[in-house]
Design a protein. Structure first.
Lengths: 389, 317
């Protein structure tokens, strides 16, 4: 009963409708700006004016307006650099000569485009047949042939889904970090601990806190995910493409939700335990430990390009990384059912152990005011000591 | 129904002995006060009583509803910590509802009790204000409500009058008196001696973790200053030599030509003293002087510090 009371209280401490609406408003503004930015950029920035001293057709490059100039007007064009022209392009001795007033970042964009343009001019002047010129100018086709049909899932869209899932997990993990860190250290500083520990046991308190804050993290992930989903659909509809179907099944999504929820409980258990040992968040050397739970996300991120690789296999079974790795793997390839079950069992067992270890650390630290437990005592308590009920 | 016995309890924090072999007995329906200057060990004692820390030595025995217990049952008491322990970023209602729920109160009871107590302590209009928007005194009142909302049998209050203006101090005093009349046992620590004098049935005076005096106000007064002081006014001026010859007078000090303060010598009764005084001159007024608890407290702490200083120096040497 108390567990749920504490969990609801902790959830409501951070769930504020006004803040939620402001966050949604900021996200909408951000997405709208991202969508209209190219138009806005084109509207704000004028095209660079390029004088092309050549008879050949000018290339088409966005952000640049080309004007063809006869060779005898080249000198006039060069004297107009800075006033009329931003760039004057000449071809001398089969070489591209680009004259500008001074160095600028846009020159890096136009240079390869002009090199490509000149290369095409050179190829077109070679004594080749039309067919030969076509072959030279066209990239060869490539086709991937999958012997196992199911394994053909890994494509660009699925990588985007995997990346999206990882991003949502990062949101969850960082929310947990922020809330646990500030909540517990503030409670210690304001001596809320004194009052509450006469009402409830440390175990009840940490359990309720982990559950409440994990639910809030999950809420943050789900609302952010839903928000992006709605925006993607809105953009797809606006483009007249119809509804966009995510390349992930309901089963995969449910499985991801299970792993992510357990992962959040795991991470928040760790954070709750160690946050309780921090006396002053501004000066404590313990604060760095609170960043440890981001390591699994970093490791999975580095391995996610090869979803069928050995490393990803190991990470999806190892309980400290499986909560992030298994959903990534499942979004990209088919995972044998026994691996899924094994990974889940290992994760639940690890959660059970870590929660007890964190309870011990929480109990050790929560009543310490003005000082922090020694590292050796901290590690001994985390790894070996029995929970005092 | 409730009895708390502490037997020679000790508590140290690194090299500091916060509580040194303290024993006391609190009985049902009593108001028991812990007195002493800052660092006397009051809060350490209270934190041991509520189970936040454990004594290094000695025992705290609890008898509640006929059962011997090792710790106070969490829902039988209300605790007001010295540092106010509520959520500053939550409203009065949210704070109190949360604590009441943790104490196992039903939702309907919580609403009724909240309304009753917030009305009584003039907080009704501030129920939906965040705690950090309230004055220190109002925060203190909220804290007090959090302790009494569930009608506990025992209240343990660490500095309940701190931060309250005189009007609200009187208010809290009347509430505590009322709770006592309804059978609630109260253990409190305070610095406001005038209030404690009026409130406490028994008290424990501590200094630097050690017992200085213990008992009812009369007992504590006697322990701290066994001399009986009287103020005497004569109809005419009296000379000192006549007073010095009186065997029932231990010492005296003149306040005016016809007014003195004196102490009764051990072994003599008040009637014997009166008899001797009337032989000197005709009496206009005769009254016993009861030194205030405040005065006794200051004298006792001063004396205790003076006694402790040579020992400390000896220890250090």
């Amino acid at each position: 009963m108390n567990l749920w009371t504490i969990a609801v209280f902790e959830f409501q401490r951070y769930f504020k409708w006004k803040q939620e609406l402001i966050s949604a408003g900021i996200l909408v503004t951000f997405l709208v700006l991202s969508t209209i930015w190219p138009v806005l950029e084109a509207w704000i920035d004028n095209d660079y004016k390029v004088a092309l001293v050549s008879q050949a057709p000018a290339p088409v490059v966005s952000g640049f307006t080309f004007s063809q100039i006869p060779a005898n007007s080249a000198e006039t064009a060069l004297s107009g650099i800075g006033d009329i022209w931003d760039l004057v392009v000449q071809v001398k001795d089969d070489k591209l000569v680009m004259t500008v007033e001074s160095s600028a970042s846009w020159q890096d964009k136009i240079t390869p485009e002009l090199q490509n343009w000149l290369q095409k001019q050179r190829i077109s002047q070679l004594p080749l047949s039309t067919e030969q010129k076509k072959i030279v100018n066209t990239q060869p086709d490539a086709e991937l042939v999958f012997l196992k049909k199911d394994s053909a899932k890994q494509n660009k869209e699925q990588k985007i889904v995997s990346g999206g899932l990882l991003l949502l997990m990062a949101i969850g993990v960082f929310s947990g970090f922020g809330f646990m860190f500030t909540a517990i250290t503030t409670e210690k500083q304001q001596r809320v601990t004194e009052q509450l520990l006469t009402l409830i046991s440390t175990k009840e308190w940490i359990d309720g806190k982990i559950l409440g804050i994990s639910l809030f993290c999950l809420k943050s992930m789900i609302t952010t995910g839903l928000f992006f989903y709605i925006m993607i659909q809105a953009i797809a509809l606006a483009k007249g493409n119809g509804l966009y179907v995510l390349p992930i099944t309901a089963l995969e999504l449910s499985s991801a939700l299970i792993f992510v929820s357990l992962g959040l409980l795991l991470i928040n258990s760790f954070m709750a335990g160690f946050a309780a040992t921090i006396d002053d968040p501004n000066h404590s050397s313990r604060s760095i430990v609170m960043f440890l739970p981001t390591v699994p996300l970093g490791v999975v991120f580095s391995a996610m390009d090869n979803a069928e690789g050995t490393l990803m296999h190991v990470l999806s079974l190892f309980p400290l990384t499986s909560f992030a790795a298994m959903p990534m793997r499942m979004a990209s390839v088919s995972v044998p059912w026994w691996e899924w079950i094994l990974s889940l069992i290992l994760l639940v067992a690890c959660l059970f152990w870590l929660k007890n270890a964190a309870s011990r650390v929480f109990e050790l630290g929560i009543r310490m005011y003005g000082k922090e437990p020694e590292w050796s005592l901290l590690m001994k308590t985390f790894l070996f000591a029995k929970v005092k009920e | 129904m409730l009895r708390i016995s502490a037997d020679r309890i000790e508590k140290s924090y690194s090299t500091v002995k916060a509580v040194n072999r303290i024993s006391f007995d609190v009985r049902s329906g009593q108001i028991f006060a812990l007195l002493g200057p800052n660092g006397a060990g009051k809060s350490s004692l209270i934190r041991m009583l509520v189970g936040l820390t454990r004594p290094d030595a000695g025992q705290i025995r609890i008898e509640y509803k006929g059962e011997e217990l090792s710790a106070l049952p969490q829902r039988c008491y209300g605790y007001l910590p010295e540092d106010r322990g509520l959520y500053q970023d939550r409203t009065v209602r949210q704070n109190l509802t949360y604590i009441a729920k943790l104490r196992g109160m039903a939702a309907a009871d919580i609403s009724a009790a909240l309304l009753q107590w917030c009305t009584r302590l003039d907080l009704l209009e501030k129920m939906d204000d965040n705690l950090n928007k309230l004055s220190k005194g109002n925060q203190q009142k909220v804290q007090l409500i959090s302790c009494v909302l569930h009608k506990p049998d025992l209240l343990i209050l660490d500095e309940p009058f701190s931060g309250l203006d005189p009007v609200n101090q009187e208010h809290v005093l009347s509430i505590l008196t009322e709770l006592k009349q309804s059978g609630t046992t109260v253990i409190l620590s305070a610095h406001q001696m005038a209030l404690i004098e009026r409130l406490a049935d028994e008290m424990l005076l501590l200094n630097k973790g050690e017992l200085v005096a213990q008992g009812s106000l009369a007992q504590v007064s006697h322990q701290l200053d066994p001399k009986q002081w009287f103020e005497v006014s004569f109809e005419q001026q009296v000379n000192s030599e006549a007073l010095e010859r009186l065997t029932a007078v231990a010492e005296f000090k003149p306040l005016a030509p016809s007014k003195i303060q004196l102490t009764l010598k051990a072994g003599f009764s008040v009637s014997q003293l009166l008899q001797q005084l009337t032989s000197v001159a005709e009496l206009a007024d005769f009254s016993r002087i009861q030194p205030s608890l405040h005065q006794l407290y200051l004298t006792a702490v001063q004396q205790h510090n003076q006694q402790a200083t040579p020992d400390t120096q000896g220890d250090a040497a």
